[in-house]
Ligand binder design. Structure first.
Ligand SMILES: O=C(O)C(=O)C[C@]1(C(=O)O)C=C[C@@H](O)C=C1
Length: 345
């Protein structure tokens, strides 16, 4: 019995050594061929690994392990990832899903500053929220896509569960609530039910900042994640206060770089059409004629002009897509083609 255990321990030791040897080999290969160190290639390889998962390991586990394995390659070139912080925000959580826990991260305090950092080249990748299943498109992100020339290179979706945190033990003592605009909207039924829609709302740039302020300010509360509550050591009064239990937010990775052409991609564009009869119908008809499947069309006002955020199946370099882009060149801004992770939220 004991002999068997000894033997198995030796086997385990040799497996671990092999893992280490392979990790070293992988690092040397990536050092010699840095072009393989791309987000898209990593995603494609992950997809393949999950397909070949013959012993049926949990997909989440495989993704976590490989994201961590890949995370150290960012440090070679001092490549950084910027997200909407502070630490513990939902955008931070989305970043970890995409790039692992131990990556080369830093945070800024607004969506605009994420675009700025990536444009200035201080970060190679930026993570921004783009839409929520309950309250639609994130206006700040669309405005920034209009103002900056950056590409979308990937996406992820996160389940969002909000908490109400406060140092007050009774909701009657709360005089002010801090949160991000979009988080207030996602919890409107709860706020109404507890008469909290009658207190002052203070809009801040992120839910973690809200938690920090509520921890410091008497008679206040915040809507934030459980993680932010823990980070700022503030008691949770209510959990899962979002109106819809399947509340989800989709996040995008932005970069100065473009993805190479790929299958299983979708493309995002913003479109500003002339205010003339049939202009939208005619534009959409071109997609129908080219047999391109449209996934999404959302309208948003940018600088007083009605702007459409449109997504469709296919790569921006596909022949049929190119024809449409050329035809409507002055009205379209292509934001990027990237691997589809989800049909819709
Ligand atoms: O404030 C945060 O924690 C964020 O990461 C931002 C954000 C957003 O703006 O959509 C992300 C997810 C939720 O929808 C609420 C807030």
């Amino acid at each position: 019995m004991l002999e068997n255990k000894e033997k198995n321990l030796k086997k385990l030791c040799s497996i671990n050594e092999k893992i280490l040897e392979l990790l070293n080999k992988k690092n040397i290969l990536l050092e010699n061929e840095p072009s393989l160190n791309s987000f898209l290639i990593k995603q494609k390889l992950l997809e393949k690994l999950n397909l070949n998962n013959y012993k049926k390991l949990d997909t989440k586990y495989i993704n976590q392990v490989f994201n961590e394995i890949y995370s150290n390659s960012f440090f070679y070139d001092n490549e950084k990832i910027v997200y909407l912080g502070p630490e513990g925000s939902y955008t931070h959580e989305a970043s970890i899903n995409l790039f692992g826990i131990n990556n080369n991260y830093y945070s800024v305090n607004s969506i605009k500053n994420i675009f700025f950092e990536v444009e200035e080249g201080r970060a190679k990748y930026g993570i921004v929220p783009i839409e929520n299943s309950s309250n639609g498109i994130v206006g700040d992100t669309i405005n920034c896509f209009d103002n900056y020339n950056l590409n979308i290179i990937g996406e992820t979706v996160l389940d969002i569960h909000h908490t109400l945190v406060s140092n007050c033990s009774k909701t009657q003592d709360i005089k002010i609530i801090y949160s991000k605009d979009i988080a207030f909207d996602q919890c409107s039924i709860f706020l109404e039910n507890y008469h909290l829609n009658e207190v002052k709302y203070e809009y801040v740039d992120s839910t973690t900042k809200a938690a920090k302020l509520a921890a410091q300010t008497p008679n206040s509360a915040a809507i934030c994640s459980k993680l932010a509550a823990k980070t700022h050591n503030i008691p949770i009064l209510f959990e899962s206060i979002e109106d819809k239990k399947d509340n989800k937010t989709r996040f995008l990775i932005i970069s100065k770089f473009e993805n190479e052409r790929n299958d299983n991609t979708k493309t995002s564009i913003i479109v500003k059409l002339p205010n003339t009869q049939g202009s939208l119908i005619n534009f959409l008809n071109d997609f129908k004629k080219a047999k391109i499947n449209l996934n999404k069309i959302k309208s948003h006002i940018v600088k007083g002009i009605s702007t459409f955020f449109i997504e469709f199946e296919g790569d921006k370099n596909d022949k049929e897509v190119q024809k449409i882009i050329k035809k409507h060149n002055s009205h379209i801004k292509v934001l990027g083609s990237y691997m589809k992770q989800i049909e819709d939220i």
